[in-house]
Design a protein around this ligand. Structure first.
Ligand code: B12
Length: 379
């Protein structure tokens, strides 16, 4: 199946509904020029352009099966088979729908080493960043022990497709496995870097032993300098957590180095989270650079929460912290995954992606260096 991109538009819904009866009248008596299945892809509800196109096709003698909006790949495939369609037309205006369109169209992924370089992947003075808790490759299922390796690989393939489709420069991963008996005995970060087309990766194993290895990681198409992985004081929690940090040179701005952190904080106890946060704050201060901290903070923006504590201590900004609709943990409807940026950096865009890659949803943002001030050092 080939996809073609259309641009343009500019009519409104009222005009379409006025035009439809007349067009249907005109269509009567014509024999079908072909069967068309049309719809707006999953996660997307924009339908003005799609309806306009469907109406014009119907007026020109096509038999149009309009599936409406937020249509899954399976619904499309089923209808194509059912009506024996000649043409499939998919509409999608959201960048986040891109992975849904590609899900069934992308050929099986082969392992390959990325050949991309800083020069050919980053030419804007902004950074496209993403954070995602990949939950040991279990997708939305209950536990990784209960699934076979093929399922783990298929789940990671979905994440790799999302990463390629989103075109991010840097991604922060949490619950990212090294070879572990419960998730196929292979390194998930290496697999995602190869299949998601990242040239660099840094992985911090906060748990390592007894056949299990996992933690936080960064993958990028920029040089990841001064990499370091810190596991929080293990006496704090029976399930060790920590963070991975590296420095990147801001694309297009000589001399601006920024630390990028992928962090995972304790899920069970606020006091443990607070102590882990203090370790993180101290380490970030010691490095002395502007910072972007991304990850699973296991806490929302409520009064005095750990995410607020970190933001305040390091003067970091979160994107619209009180805004509804940016929840990342659907089970409890909570916003647990955050991106915090230093003064001098700001968000050009920020989205929570609908793709069900794990029990968490991924967050994608474009961050720009403000013209007036270079990002502030934390000393
Ligand atoms: C109207 C609109 C809405 C309306 C949609 C109403 C409706 N019933 O469709 C509402 C308010 C609901 C809406 C919601 C949102 N929107 Co909106 N929306 C727009 C807007 C302003 C116009 C789109 C439109 O209808 N254009 C007119 C039609 C006629 O043109 P068209 O869609 O391009 O269609 C033409 C071609 O593309 C082509 N075509 C289209 N489909 C098909 C299919 C086939 C088969 C073919 C052959 C051709 C074809 O032919 C058409 C005729 O020329 C655009 C901005 C813009 N100027 O495009 C943002 C825009 C698309 N929305 C945007 C966003 C982010 C959102 C929200 C996420 C906002 C939010 N935070 O809630 C939500 C999305 C919710 C969801 N899950 O989908 C972004 C998307 C950014 C991105 N690339 O990811 C845009 C680009 C605005 C922006 N600059 O930020 N939106």
């Amino acid at each position: 199946m080939r996809f073609q991109r259309f641009t343009g538009g500019g009519r409104d819904g009222a005009q379409i509904s006025l035009a439809q009866p007349a067009l249907r009248e005109q269509q009567r008596g014509l024999h079908s020029a072909g069967r068309v299945v049309i719809g707006t892809v999953q996660g997307d509800i924009h339908d003005i352009g799609k309806t306009l196109v469907g109406t014009m096709l119907a007026a020109n003698g096509f038999e149009v099966h309009d599936l409406g909006v937020d249509v899954s790949a399976q619904q499309i495939v089923d209808t194509v088979r059912q009506v024996d369609a000649d043409i499939v037309g998919l509409s999608g205006l959201l960048m986040t729908g891109c992975a849904a369109i590609h899900r069934d169209a992308t050929p099986p992924v082969q392992s390959h080493l990325s050949t991309s370089s800083v020069a050919d992947t980053v030419n804007e003075p902004s950074l496209r960043i993403m954070t995602v808790n990949i939950a040991h490759g279990r997708g939305e299922s209950f536990h990784q022990l209960l699934q076979d390796t093929d399922t783990t690989v298929a789940n990671l393939d979905s994440i790799a497709r999302l990463l390629r489709c989103s075109g991010v420069d840097i991604v922060a991963l949490q619950e990212a496995d090294g070879p572990s008996f419960w998730s196929g005995n292979f390194n998930h970060v290496d697999y995602l870097a190869n299949n998601g087309a990242f040239s660099q990766s840094v992985q911090g194993m906060h748990v390592d032993g007894l056949g299990l290895a996992y933690g936080t990681a960064l993958m990028a198409n920029l040089a990841l300098n001064n990499p370091k992985a810190i596991t929080f004081d293990p006496s704090l929690s029976p399930v060790p957590k920590g963070f991975t940090v590296s420095t990147v040179s801001w694309p297009g701005s000589t001399g601006t180095d920024v630390d990028i952190v992928s962090v995972h904080l304790d899920f069970a106890s606020k006091s443990i989270r607070r102590q882990q946060a203090d370790e993180l704050i101290e380490a970030v201060r010691r490095r002395g650079r502007p910072v972007i901290i991304m990850g699973d903070f296991n806490t929302g923006w409520e009064e005095n929460s750990t995410v607020q504590h970190i933001s305040r201590a390091l003067s970091l900004t979160a994107y619209s912290p009180e805004e509804a609709g940016l929840e990342t943990f659907p089970t409890f409807g909570e916003r647990l995954d955050w991106i915090l940026v230093s003064p001098g950096l700001s968000f050009r865009s920020y989205h929570v992606l609908p793709d069900p890659v794990s029990d968490h949803r991924s967050v994608i943002a474009e961050v720009v260096l403000e013209d007036t001030a270079k990002a502030t050092r934390l000393d």
